[in-house]
Design a binder for this molecule. Sequence first.
Ligand SMILES: Cc1cc2nc3c(=O)[nH]c(=O)nc-3n(C[C@H](O)[C@H](O)[C@H](O)COP(=O)(O)OP(=O)(O)OC[C@H]3O[C@@H](n4cnc5c(N)ncnc54)[C@H](O)[C@@H]3O)c2cc1C
Length: 375
Amino acid sequence: MEFHPPEPAAASFSPVRIALKLDIVVIGAGQAGLSSAYHLKKLGLPGETGFVVLDEAPGPGGAWQFRWPSLTLSTVNRIHDLPGMSFADAIGGGAEKVEAAVAVPRYFDAYEKAFDLPVRRPVAAKVVCERGGRLGVETDRGLLSARGIINATGTWDRPYIPDYPGAARFEGRQLHTRDYRTAAEFAGKHVLVVGGGISAIQLLDEISRVTRTTWVTRRPPDFREGPFDQEAGRAAVKLVEDRVRAGLPPGSVVSITGLPLSPAIQAARDRGVLERLPMFAEITEHGVRWADGTTLDVDVILWCTGFRSSLDHLAPLQLREPGGGITMTGRLATQVARDPRIHLVGYGPSASTIGANRAGAAAARELMAHLDLLA
Ligand SMILES: Cc1cc2nc3c(=O)[nH]c(=O)nc-3n(C[C@H](O)[C@H](O)[C@H](O)COP(=O)(O)OP(=O)(O)OC[C@H]3O[C@@H](n4cnc5c(N)ncnc54)[C@H](O)[C@@H]3O)c2cc1C
């Protein structure tokens, strides 16, 4: 079976400079935004006049459309169905080898059409601020005004690279997971992979098949034997939920769940690829240096150091606590305590495809209730 990415939809936001008054604006059309939109509609809020979904990406698929080609449906953890439509039915069976960057956009495209969701793209929300008792959403295509916001902007736009002395003088290549495409481009080079998450391990596994790799992490990896069952999943989510309810930054998922010792990871371990070194102290012209003076020359530093939430456009609303976190409340901790008109979906405990699904339902209902929009 052949899969083709959907054609980018033409933006129908014209004329450019208009002020549209809506009840709710959803920002982001990934799993979290689409789930929210589905539930808003199901609860009776009309698309176009009651709410729109803004998405800055060129086509459907959320961040999945940008993932590297070797991430296939058999190598992702698991992509949960959006509410009301099965992934398998939408893309057909036997698709394990299909790139996630092709299959998920195809699924989301079918989903948006099937439920007639009012997605506008490409439209980037640049700033959200107070405007005459409502929320002004300044976009690159014009100004919108809303009574409430469901923010579902994910993390892909905020790759995180920690600061290490000397980074600017390194003469080799530095890149982040986000920029990775294929292992073949590193053939013949010595690649230093930084980071202790699943992406680091998957890329190490791939790159080590074509060239020499070295792995560094801040903490020794916590390989978890045995299944990660529903109870363990719930416990991990609860820990993140407790943090955001207390106004703390969500924290890294791997620090809570550990690394599942899957057959692929076990095989990489058996090949000796997962022998890890502690973090270096500084970056040199040709590599890295540890605190004890040991040096290592490398050609490439691949930072698999994760992402932060894309929330800069909400800065004028001053949602953050002095410590940098946002205090969350509501049934599934999607509502911002400082401003109940704002829900964050796909943030903290809902930063997974299954979490985003549930959070979208909770956010839609709670925000509509708060704005007195429930029939
Ligand atoms: C490599 C990788 C693999 C993963 N694998 C899995 C997995 O197997 N299973 C799983 O459950 N989770 C996985 N995750 C986590 C996964 O990405 C999330 O669970 C989920 O897909 C995120 O959905 P989202 O809607 O929150 O964000 P996204 O999919 O990132 O969607 C956000 C959307 O918002 C848009 N946007 C951003 N900013 C703006 C703006 N200012 N204005 C307008 N639009 C904007 C973006 O263009 C994008 O379309 C993985 C993450 C990574 C990085």
